[in-house]
Design a protein around this ligand. Structure first.
Ligand SMILES: [Zn+2]
Length: 144
């Protein structure tokens, strides 16, 4: 078992026999690192991780919120579940669509339920719509 995989994360306390595990297998981690939320753990030894990124449009002086999501290998010793915040790191391609592995569980993401949340969501949507309208107007002005 590798205690040190090259980044400052503590190795999981339990061992596993997974060949594609960054701690107990043959796979090494390198390259890009992301922190995101697990949105699906339904596949065997695979989770889908999603995170937000911002793209700045200099012309409109606004940021666009974009969601990135990738599939990541979830070794049995880590065993990440839906709604957990995890750190993933790039590996060699493990399958057709999978070239990341979960290396650390950072914490739980608490989902909020209730009427207040729904109200907030509607407000957010309205805000986005008005933003789009503003964008269109500025575009027309600059074209004309
Ligand atoms: Zn393992």
């Amino acid at each position: 078992m590798k205690q040190n995989i090259g980044i400052s994360v503590t190795a999981p306390s339990t061992a596993c026999t997974d060949r594609n595990c960054p701690f107990h297998g043959d796979v090494r981690v390198h390259g890009r690192q992301f922190v995101g939320k697990v949105i699906s753990d339904k596949m065997t030894k695979t989770v889908t991780v999603q995170w937000e990124r911002r793209k700045y449009w200099p012309k409109y002086e606004r940021t666009e919120m974009l969601l990135s999501s990738v599939k990541a290998h979830n070794p049995p010793c880590v065993n990440a579940k839906t709604n957990q915040i995890v750190r993933i790191m790039e590996t060699r391609p493990l399958s057709k669509t999978k070239n990341f592995a979960v290396v650390q569980i950072i914490g739980e993401h608490q989902a909020v339920h209730g009427e207040d949340m729904t109200v907030k969501k509607i407000e957010e949507k309205k805000g986005k719509e008005t933003k789009k309208e503003v964008k269109k107007e500025t575009k027309k002005d600059s074209e004309g």
